[in-house]
Design a protein around this ligand. Structure first.
Ligand code: NAD
Length: 423
């Protein structure tokens, strides 16, 4: 049986407590007033719902779901929906807060939200998944909407799930494609959105590499998680001449020092199953081993809390690019910083996803579809800008990119909170 290793092992803090630590450090760095800090220190709204499902075999599954809206000073709430057995309120709260900082850092007119449904979709039939998604959409629909809160895909959800979600929402409120992003292109999805998080991660890395005078060609890359983010990042990195030497998913990993044939792995996974089961003749590695392989660039792109105080000293990459949300615990972050390992933080590195969602939302509102090359050019432009702002701030204040990114975001949200008269 595969071992699930991306969950926190020996670390100390819950996801929400960990994200708070990063926010608190930035609040001190920008000397945030206490009253604004009080507003930003908790969620605006937290909805918890029960979603009962009569399964195909007649048994009853009672799933629990959450939608947390952290802060909406800069615009409608925005954030993904995650289906995972461990998607609890604490983690969804942390992820909602990350979305507030991410949308501010990317200078998008959104606030931060996140949703989670405590279920393992791999255990459900397609019909069960559809029914559960429609019920979840209806149970949250009173707090959602085009100008209120706009969900998107995240772990274990995809364009099809967003299509069902949008259809259920539209059934109650009238046709509302802009109420959900990450939809199939046939239903108002934006060409480019599906790849935008992984591709955007590579745009971020390219922009950072330019500042460091670092050449990406020939770099050895390890990627944990081969879903939407990890697989698209791998494909994009290959086009730059980087060598993907190992990838993994929940079922385990594969390694080849000469580089994997990424397209073959993508095809094998598309046919169903894990990268570890793909009959591609590579050496098998566990998820623990994968994280500490000798490489130039490590991309955690699965779940949070996989780089901890327990393994940070063994990381052999020079750069960690956070495709996943909160993959590095605060204790591990200190170790990586002390060791001179650069970290491109989640709110910057995976910001291509919500930026792509912003493009989809605006296109839906305007009822006008961009071509994919325009989407990608605008994506690169916005991400380049964000990287340059973060790098300049980090250079000026001699701090990590994470502290710089949070500081910029916090100042922007704080300005909106004051201008709205919330404090
Ligand atoms: P996904 O469901 O498409 O893929 C997740 C991948 O992680 C799969 O390959 C899965 O097998 C693997 N995985 C799950 N549990 C694992 C474990 N315990 N050990 C190793 N691998 C494991 O999800 P995704 O959309 O690619 O999201 C991945 C990460 O990126 C998440 O942290 C998510 O919050 C973040 N993210 C996603 C988006 C997006 O647009 N999809 C945007 C920003 C951030």
């Amino acid at each position: 049986m595969p071992t699930e290793t991306a969950a926190p092992s020996n670390d100390e803090l819950s996801p929400d407590a960990a994200v708070r630590l990063y926010v608190d450090a930035a609040a001190r760095a920008v000397a945030l007033e206490e009253d604004v800090a009080d507003v930003l220190g908790s969620s605006y709204r937290e909805v918890s719902v029960q979603v009962p499902l009569r399964r195909d075999d007649g048994s009853l599954l009672v799933a629990h779901g959450y939608r947390v809206q952290h802060n909406g000073a800069r615009g409608p709430y925005k954030g993904g929906l995650r289906y995972h057995p461990e998607a609890d309120l604490d983690e969804v709260r942390a992820l909602a807060s990350l979305m507030t900082w991410k949308t501010a850092l990317l200078d998008l007119p959104f606030g931060g939200a996140k949703g989670g449904l405590q279920v393992d979709p791999r255990q459900l039939s397609e019909g069960e998944l559809q029914t559960l998604t429609r019920k979840f959409a209806l149970s949250l629909s009173h707090v959602l909407g085009v100008y209120r809160d706009i969900p998107a895909p995240d772990v274990n959800t995809n364009a099809q799930v967003m299509a069902w979600f949008m259809d259920a929402y539209s059934g109650r409120h009238g046709y509302s494609p802009a109420a959900v992003t990450g939809k199939p292109v046939d239903l108002g999805g934006a060409p480019g959105r599906e790849a935008a998080t992984g591709r955007g991660l590579v745009y971020v890395l390219e922009a950072a590499a330019r500042r460091w005078s670092w050449d990406l060609a020939g770099r050895r890359v390890v990627i944990q998680g081969f879903g939407n983010v990890g697989s698209w990042a791998a494909r994009e990195l290959v086009t730059l001449g980087a060598r993907i030497i190992a990838v993994s998913d929940v079922g385990g990993g594969i390694f080849n020092d000469n580089g994997l044939d990424v397209e073959r792995v993508v095809e094998a996974v598309a046919a169903g199953g894990s990268v570890a089961d793909a009959d591609v003749g590579y050496t098998k590695v566990s998820n623990e081993e994968l994280l500490t392989l000798d490489c130039d660039i490590l991309v955690p792109a699965a779940l949070g809390g996989c780089i901890t105080a327990g393994n940070a000293a063994d990381i052999r990459a020079s750069v960690v690019v956070e495709g996943a949300n909160h993959p590095v615990t605060p204790a591990a972050d200190d170790v990586l910083a002390d060791r001179g390992i650069r970290v491109l933080p989640d709110i910057l590195a995976n910001g291509g996803g919500v930026t792509g969602s912003y493009f989809e939302w605006t296109q839906n509102i305007q009822q006008f579809q961009w071509k994919e090359d325009r989407f990608n050019a605008e994506l690169r432009d916005r991400l380049d800008r964000a990287v340059n702002e973060v790098a300049a701030y980090a250079e000026e204040h001699a701090c990590t990119y994470r502290l710089a990114a949070y500081s910029i975001a916090l100042e922007r949200v704080a300005r909106a909170v004051r201008l709205r008269g919330y404090v």
